[in-house]
Design a binder for this molecule. Structure first.
Ligand SMILES: [Zn+2]
Length: 532
């Protein structure tokens, strides 16, 4: 007689492929799905039975872009993600992560990126990609995949320096990238708003992407916002890299914004042209009209040269500081994303200056009796880079148009979902706690997009793109990463004003067959593994 560890009974199974949901039971043995069908017979036994009457049962969601690289190790229960049904996260985003790195470069990069990733005390130590990935083996609640970050391999090859990556140094970077991919990374990432990534030119990225192409792994790009040799189109740069290197291109957080609301066709036209000409492209988004990042990005390129100690010294030195103040510029954020000034950027993370959190940069400067650039220098120095922000959302009609655009984008079969979650700060961007539930709940119900389609974009599509073996589809033989949720009530509750508020409507989450969320409550079981 069939004996299962877990049986999920009477739910509507939406298997991730996009096929219509159907009534079925799901039987699990160990870490895999063993049966899908009618398991109501008297000969069926199970140690745990979950009643999913009226609920949807589907593969766990894959967050294709999230900044959990350190905070997941520091806070491994990861309740905010589990309560949205996330079972796998892809780390190493925007070129900003921590392996491969020497001990010295690791320390420097942890300090420098503290505004985005935090810099918590951690028990685990690592240097290689394999060692870093091993830190996430059954020590955290969700599975993790990893992208080799451009920033780390550039640090290892030439240091924290604004120098071209050519010759022997380029060869070293290419070897490190290849080694990371050999050690299980699922792609290569860059963030051309951040350092040292932004110091790269297109040729450097083509050379590195040739390595990723050899391994048939995607190039994941946060498009360029830092220009020095003239302006050019960042989308065209990414497509050129795809054309010249043969790499598969994946666009991070690609959507309309306050300045491009309603222009879905215009923003996707160049990508569709390139696809028609043979460049393999995919994209991802989160369902909010504005973004979030770290304050250090507003400093000009020369300020970062030499790394965090050199930057702190410049912030202290009166002459360097005068020049900094003149050159600090909100357009490093990328004007195309719709930020038109300091009065549209809000502090989210300032451990020592909590009274400024929630104020726009302009309001905070007034409160301190300074200009914004002076204030930013003060804060970066005093907080040692622990400065985070998000963009103020636009007026309701514009916001609604961007919501509509996002649902139109998600209807494309080449789209997936990435929260871009940032976990540090007193008032982080609401996307970390709300991304998946907001799409499946309020936005799906309002714009009447089929559930099967949206689940497909959160499961099978990213699993195929990033080569996550036996995940993303609910079928016998696949890993039992599963979610049981109520399609009528699933909803985000996090807002820009109150972002650390859990999603509702997700009842059960299984990670590798283990129950991580039971009846809406985390169990504390840490069954996540490095994948694939
Ligand atoms: Zn990001």
């Amino acid at each position: 007689m069939p004996a299962f560890d877990v049986v999920i009974k009477n739910g509507t199974v939406v298997d991730g492929t996009g096929r219509p949901g159907r009534r079925a039971d799901v039987g699990i043995v160990g870490d895999r799905v063993a049966a899908v069908g009618d398991l109501s017979g008297p000969d069926v036994s199970a140690a745990t039975v979950i009643d999913a009457t009226g609920k949807v049962v589907c593969p766990g969601f894959i967050d294709t872009h999230v900044h959990s690289d350190l905070m997941l190790l520091a806070e491994p229960a990861h309740e905010a993600a589990l309560r949205q049904g996330v079972t796998t996260e892809i780390l190493g985003q925007d070129g900003l992560s921590y392996a491969p790195l020497s001990a010295e470069n690791l320390q420097a990069y942890r300090r420098y990126l503290a505004g985005l990733n935090g810099n918590p005390d951690l028990a685990c130590t690592w240097s290689t990609v394999a060692e870093f990935r091993a830190c996430f083996d059954r020590t955290v609640a969700v599975n993790t995949a990893y992208l080799v970050p451009h920033g780390a391999i550039r640090l290892e090859a030439v240091g924290f320096r604004d120098v071209p990556l050519v010759g022997e140094a380029l060869e070293r970077a290419r070897r490190l990238l290849a080694q990371g991919l050999e050690e299980g990374a699922v792609g290569f990432s860059t963030g051309l708003s951040y350092y040292p990534c932004s110091w790269a030119d297109t040729d450097e990225l083509v050379e590195l992407c040739r390595v990723a192409a050899r391994y048939d792994r995607p190039y994941v790009t946060h498009l360029r916002t830092v220009f020095r040799a003239g302006r050019f189109d960042p989308v065209e740069e990414a497509l050129e890299i795809g054309r010249r290197s043969g790499v598969k291109v994946h666009f991070s957080h690609f959507r309309t914004g306050p300045l491009t609301a309603g222009q879905v066709e215009q923003i996707t036209a160049p990508i569709d042209r390139a696809k028609a000409a043979g460049v393999d492209c995919t994209l991802e988004t989160y369902p909010y009209p504005t973004g979030s990042s770290q304050g250090v990005m507003f400093l000009p390129p020369w300020a970062h040269d030499g790394g965090p100690d050199a930057l702190l010294a410049r912030l202290r030195d009166p002459e360097a500081r005068r020049r900094l103040v003149k050159e600090i510029d909100y357009t490093y954020l990328g004007s195309a994303r719709g930020t038109r000034g300091w009065d549209e950027i809000v502090f989210s993370h300032l451990p020592k200056n909590a009274d400024l959190v929630g104020l726009t940069f302009a309001e905070a400067a007034t409160r301190r009796g300074k200009e914004v650039p002076e204030l930013l220098c003060d804060l970066l120095l005093e907080e040692e880079f622990r400065v985070g922000f998000w963009g103020l959302p636009p007026e309701p009609d514009l916001w609604e148009q961007i919501d509509r655009d996002i649902m139109t984008l998600l209807a494309r079969p080449d789209y997936m979902v990435g929260s871009d979650g940032i976990w540090v700060g007193q008032r982080p961007h609401p996307r970390a706690y709300g991304c998946f539930a907001r799409i499946l709940g309020p936005l799906r119900r309002k714009y009447r997009v089929p559930l099967e389609l949206l689940i497909n974009r959160m499961t099978a599509v990213p699993a195929a793109r990033f080569g996550l073996r036996d995940r993303g589809v609910l079928a016998p033989g696949k890993f039992a990463d599963l979610v049981v949720f109520d399609p009528e009530t699933i909803s985000d509750t996090s807002t820009y004003e109150n972002p650390r508020s859990f999603a509702v409507g997700v009842g059960w989450v299984l990670v590798n067959g283990r129950v991580a969320l039971a009846d809406g409550q985390p169990t504390g079981i840490l069954a996540g593994r490095p994948v694939p």
